[in-house]
Design a protein around this ligand. Structure first.
Ligand SMILES: [Zn+2]
Length: 100
């Protein structure tokens, strides 16, 4: 696997193409694969079959954009999840509706 360094604006575009919701590279997301948060800056970019792909910013984690979320929704007791629902009450309502 060949890792590449992209200029920050290109990396941000790639993050938004593959994942979405990235305002800048300082932003953090959570990875279902490693259960850690990482920043856009830490995300690794690699080249395979002539295309660019993204890998989780946590060292040695092979998580890809489908594993990433703005908060660790898989753990509803997690402080970051509670914090997310405090700042996004409409999301909390939606999840409660789904759970009923
Ligand atoms: Zn990860």
């Amino acid at each position: 696997m060949k890792y590449v360094e992209l200029p920050h604006n290109k990396k941000l575009n790639l993050l938004n193409d593959h994942d979405g919701g990235w305002a800048n590279l300082e932003q953090s997301k959570w990875c279902l694969h490693c259960n850690q948060s990482f920043t856009g800056l830490a995300v690794r970019v690699y080249e395979e079959n002539g295309r660019l792909w993204l890998e989780c910013g946590t060292p040695a984690c092979g998580g890809s954009p489908i594993d990433w979320a703005p908060y660790p929704w898989w753990d509803d007791k997690h402080p970051a999840t509670i914090e997310y629902f405090n700042t996004h009450p409409e999301e909390k309502r939606r999840q409660d509706e789904l759970a009923e």
